[in-house]
Every structure is written in structure tokens, then in C-alpha cells.
Design a protein around this ligand. Structure first.
Ligand code: NAP
Length: 353
């Protein structure tokens, strides 16, 4: 495919609601510098974290407005900058971009790209990048789960929750998961015993179901009050893996608004560090920090996920596919709580399909 003279992208014009996302035409195409690759994006995922970026409450973005959101993408290498070796035009690649993937063309450092194997569709592959990699690393790097262990997954119907459930099944875990009333069947179908957090007290249910023993690991991105209850249902020596402040991020529209829940979380975690009960441990996982600290794990773990999907051991859950142009609609659906699994934004044709 010859490169066009202009391209489209979705820009955040100001931090705010989904109306702040605008479909624009830009020219000329970006030209890769030394060590860079230009990628024609095939698929990007729409994620809750993109909504935090759009609202301006996500701290990991180093761009000035206007810029495109887009935490991950799969695309085709389109042009190479000077000095790039080991990668060919036409090759399919994936990356965790953090921002910038809601575009038809983008530049990436060549060393950041992970090859996508033939046989794996781009839309399936992109679902594995942010959500499944987060789940994979929390399970196998942070909590170091073992077969037969008992875990509690909060938000089990969400993008990360679905990934935790599918990977937990592969790992031979016994799983409980919280979800709202309308998503109980979805969670059950993932092999997780559902708990309706809207009508039941999950702490009572877990203690009753485990004969008072509690669980080995809890994965919780809901919020600080939930973290305290999650800590209480841990068995001695158990691990609470926190990885977000979903409730505060959904309701607050400014960094100042999320600052207090964040400080509360840090204090609560410090407290548990100083005064642990029954050797329980609490830890915060961040995919961005983890990649910076251990770039090889990022490559190895994403390659392992691609392999698991190729073998048929994972079934990336795509709830809806939308054209990139409809990114604002994708954001509204995620914020409404309608989604089970993931929304994929289709950007350009996938050469393997
Ligand atoms: N630290 C990291 O590296 C990292 C990486 C990825 C994501 N995250 C964070 O993880 C969180 C989830 O992301 P996601 O992409 O999975 O979002 P998502 O697809 O929108 O899912 C969020 C889930 O939270 C559930 N939920 C809401 N209130 C709940 C409650 N009180 N108790 C239990 N579950 C509740 C929702 O379930 P119902 O609809 O059934 O209410 C929904 O399934 C976000 O805060 C995100 O920022 C962090």
C-alpha cells in the first residue's frame, strides 16, 4: 500500500468529556528520524485509561494539547528511519504507546516494537497489549500465583477483569469475581464464581464460601474503601494487588479531584507496610512503570500472550468494533459501564485477514 499525502487522527482538543475528541485530517505524514519507524496503525483499543488521559487525570502523558489518545496499537511497518535494522516494511508490530495510537500513522522507536505473529488477527492482538499484559504481569510477576490458589477479581467483567479470568483459568486458579447484576452470567461463563457487588457484601460471601479461610490474592482497582475490605478477606500471607482508582477516575474531572483518593491510597498502603496483619502484603502495579523497569519482561510477556492466543488458550473478548472516527462513541460506551471485555477501534485493513 502506497503511503497517502495526508492522514486522519483523533485529537484531544481540550481535557474534558468525549466531545473533546475530534476527527481531523493532518499532513504531511510524519517522517521517521534515526532509530524510528513509521507505523500504519491497523487497530487500537479503546480503554478506560484512555478516558483518564482524555480527562487530563492520567499522570503518565508527556504531550501538549492537542494530541491523540490511544494506549496501545497493532500496525504495519510503513517506513524506516536511518539506522533501523532487524525490522522490515510490511511487518506487523504491536506497542504500548500510552498516548498517540488513535491515528492512521504514527512514529515509534524501533526498539519498542514487538512482532505480531502471522495467524493472529490485529484486532485480537491489540486486546492483548494493555489489558491482558496488565493481567498477565499482575498474576505471574507480582502475585506469582500457583495452581489451586484462590483469588478474588474485582470488576471481573471489565477489560482487565476478563483477562485476569481467562489467564487465571489457564493457571488453574479457583476464582471469585465481583460484577454488577447484569453481568453475572458473563462472569460465570469466564469460569469465575460471580458475586453481585450491588446486592451482596463480597466480604461476607468470600468468608462464607472459603469456610473463613479467605483468598490468596485479590486484584482490586475499584477504590480505597474497597481495598480495605479486600485486605480483610486475604488469607494469612495473602497479597492485595491494587492497580487503579476506578471510582474516583470515573467521577472526578481534574487532577486535583483524584489527588485526594491517590494520597489516601498511598497512606493506606504505607500503613499496611508498617503494620501488616498476618503477613499480608499489598502492592501497586503499573504497566508503564513495569515496562520502564523491566523492558525485557514486556517483550517476553507479550510474546507469551500472543503464543497463548495462537494455541487457542485465550479468547480475546471484543465486545464491539468501531471505526476510529467513532472513538468518542467508544468512550461514551465505556463510561456508561455497558462494555463486557473490550472495544477495538478499526483503523486500516489488516494484511493477514
Ligand atoms: N495500573 C495499570 O497498569 C492499569 C492497567 C490497565 C487498567 N488499569 C485500571 O484498571 C481499572 C479497570 O480498567 P479496565 O480497562 O478493565 O476498565 P473497564 O473495562 O471499564 O472495567 C471496569 C470494571 O469495573 C467494574 N466496577 C465498577 N465499580 C465496581 C465496584 N464497586 N466493584 C466491583 N467492580 C466494579 C465494572 O463492572 P460493572 O460494569 O459490572 O459495574 C467494570 O467491569 C481502571 O481503573 C484502569 O485505569 C490500570
Amino acid at each position: 500500500m502506497n503511503a497517502p499525502s495526508s492522514y486522519h487522527q483523533i485529537l484531544i482538543t481540550e481535557h474534558g468529556d468525549a466531545d473533546a475528541l475530534q476527527w481531523v485530517e493532518s499532513a504531511p505524514l510524519p517522517v521517521p528520524g534515526p532509530g524510528e519507524v513509521r507505523v500504519r496503525v491497523v487497530a487500537a483499543s479503546a480503554s478506560f485509561t484512555d478516558i483518564m488521559v482524555r480527562k487530563g487525570i492520567y499522570s503518565g502523558v508527556d504531550a501538549e494539547l492537542p494530541y491523540p489518545p490511544g494506549y496501545d496499537m497493532v500496525g504495519v511497518v510503513d517506513a524506516l528511519g536511518p539506522g533501523v535494522t532487524g525490522i522490515k516494511p510490511g511487518q506487523r508490530v504491536a506497542d504500548l504507546t500510552v498516548w498517540g495510537a488513535y491515528t492512521e500513522y504514527m512514529l515509534r522507536p524501533a526498539e519498542a516494537l514487538v512482532p505480531v505473529p502471522d495467524g493472529l488477527a490485529a484486532d485480537d492482538a491489540v486486546v492483548l497489549v494493555l489489558s491482558y499484559l496488565t493481567a498477565y504481569q499482575m498474576l505471574f510477576r507480582t502475585a506469582d500465583v500457583k495452581p489451586e490458589q484462590v483469588v478474588l477479581i474485582h470488576g471481573a467483567s471489565g477489560a482487565v477483569g476478563t483477562a485476569l479470568a481467562q489467564l487465571g483459568r489457564v493457571a488453574g486458579l479457583k476464582m471469585y469475581g465481583t460484577a454488577s447484576t447484569g453481568k453475572q452470567d458473563y462472569v460465570r461463563a469466564l469460569g469465575v464464581a460471580p458475586i453481585d457487588y450491588q446486592t451482596e457484601d463480597f466480604t461476607a460471601r468470600i468468608m462464607e464460601q472459603t469456610d473463613g479461610a479467605g483468598v490468596n490474592v485479590v486484584f482490586d482497582a475499584v477504590g480505597v474503601d474497597n481495598f480495605k475490605r479486600s485486605y480483610n478477606v486475604l488469607a494469612p500471607g495473602g497479597v492485595l494487588v491494587t492497580y487503579g482508582l476506578y471510582k474516583a477516575s470515573l467521577s472526578e474531572d481534574s487532577r486535583i479531584g483524584v489527588a485526594w483518593p491517590f494520597v489516601k491510597m498511598l497512606w493506606q498502603m504505607k500503613w499496611w507496610d508498617w503494620f501488616p496483619e498476618d503477613d499480608k502484603r499489598v502492592t501497586f502495579y503499573s504497566i508503564q512503570s513495569q515496562r520502564e523497569a523491566e523492558p525485557d519482561w514486556f517483550r517476553d510477556d507479550l510474546a507469551a500472550l500472543f503464543e497463548l492466543a495462537l494455541e487457542g488458550n485465550l479468547d480475546p473478548q471484543i465486545w464491539k468494533r468501531l471505526p476510529l472516527r467513532d472513538a468518542a462513541e467508544a468512550h461514551r460506551l465505556i463510561e456508561s459501564g455497558a462494555v463486557r471485555g473490550k472495544i477495538v477501534l478499526e483503523v486500516s485493513p489488516d494484511p493477514v485477514n
